[in-house]
Design a protein around this ligand. Sequence first.
Ligand code: FMN
Length: 193
Amino acid sequence: MDVYEAISARRSIRRFKDAPLANEVVEKILQAGTLAPSGKNRQPWRFYVVSGGPKKAEMVGILRAALQRLSAEGHNMRWPEHSVDIIERAPVTVFVCNPEGQRPWFSHGSDQAMMQVVDTQSVGAAIQNMLLAAQAEGVGSLWICDVFIAYDELCDWLGEKGELIAAISFGYADEAPAARPRKPLSDVTVWVK
Ligand SMILES: Cc1cc2nc3c(=O)[nH]c(=O)nc-3n(C[C@H](O)[C@H](O)[C@H](O)COP(=O)(O)O)c2cc1C
């Protein structure tokens, strides 16, 4: 698949078929993530793959407990609840972490803060590579930051001492959403002359 075709055909997929993803397909997608550029070639990523069974039930339990706690505290959990439903139905969810990163609410020295900005960009590139590779494999994906509702709990459960950047759910799409609107290029571009 041509790269422009993958870029323009990709959509965030929120309904997945009840069909498993072969491990080889998941590995191909993760491999594409590892080919992303990264600051000083640090490759600051670690991928945790949750693909079903009791571990998936534990993950969903952690997210549901956070939803309950936060909604009891008066937070509006409508969107996070939707994301958790999607994660529950997706055959595979990958947590993408930066093992060298620190939790966002720690106060960082300026060196650490700068490195973390660079590393977060690198991890973003890896995530986008994975979304495009999934597209080329005919696999739907959703980039999810709503997992932050259970940030510490998920890091502890994964055994990750660093930073949780995002989750990505993968599966065969059971919907074909239209392209979501984009700002016109002229609104987001300044030719500096
Ligand atoms: C950093 C980031 C975080 C996101 N978090 C969520 C999320 O938690 N839940 C969700 O349903 N979609 C999430 N999305 C998907 C966006 O809503 C989606 O990319 C956007 O609406 C544009 O739609 P498209 O991906 O189909 O082009 C996230 C996307 C990005 C890049």
